[in-house]
Design a protein around this ligand. Sequence first.
Ligand SMILES: CC(C)(COP(=O)(O)OP(=O)(O)OC[C@H]1O[C@@H](n2cnc3c(N)ncnc32)[C@H](O)[C@@H]1OP(=O)(O)O)[C@@H](O)C(=O)NCCC(=O)NCCS
Length: 181
Amino acid sequence: MAGMDSGFAVYAPHPVERHAPVAVVVAEATGDDVPVLAVLQARARGGSAGEWADRIHRARRGERSLVVAAKVSGEAVGYANVAFLPEHPVDRAPAGYYLTGVTVDPAWRRRGIARLLTRRRMDWVWERDSAIRCFVSVRNPASLDLHRELGFGHERTGASFQGIEFAGGEGRLLRADPPRS
Ligand SMILES: CC(C)(COP(=O)(O)OP(=O)(O)OC[C@H]1O[C@@H](n2cnc3c(N)ncnc32)[C@H](O)[C@@H]1OP(=O)(O)O)[C@@H](O)C(=O)NCCC(=O)NCCS
């Protein structure tokens, strides 16, 4: 799989301007959503829309996986995935559910859409398992803040997790446990 290093949002922990809230609907992605989500992923992360469409279709069919889309006025503007992955034979990232691929259209960022996509996937995992993991490049502080704020803590640092390499740097394996009732 390709390295993970480009297309990150410019880090702005205290933006001087804030967008007004928008009505966002987050739901499991349908087959009809896939072409738009594939274009979104190709633009944000590189690769062809065709390759992304194949990948997203496969993820939708996976037994222990969920693909979610965020829509504004019926238009898909955000994508995210969660899937169960076995322990990785090389980098030893543990078996369990992993959040991957969260992407929001640049025109719709900083309105809480990634937060909604992530909460939705966390709830889905906690109906099935306890720990949820994700891995984030150390060069992506926007994503590190997003996940930290949602309760993810640092588990370990490495050059690769689940076979994904962090080109030119390191990544962090993060884990969130269910809230205590
Ligand atoms: C990272 C990304 C998914 C965030 O999407 P978003 O919808 O703009 O994020 P949200 O509005 O839900 O932000 C929630 C919190 O995350 C953090 N955050 C998000 N974007 C940020 C930025 N550019 N700078 C600093 N903090 C940021 C903030 O803590 C934010 O809370 P706040 O707005 O109250 O300060 C988006 O920038 C993106 O698609 N980036 C490219 C793909 C990517 O890097 N994905 C993550 C891979 S692990």
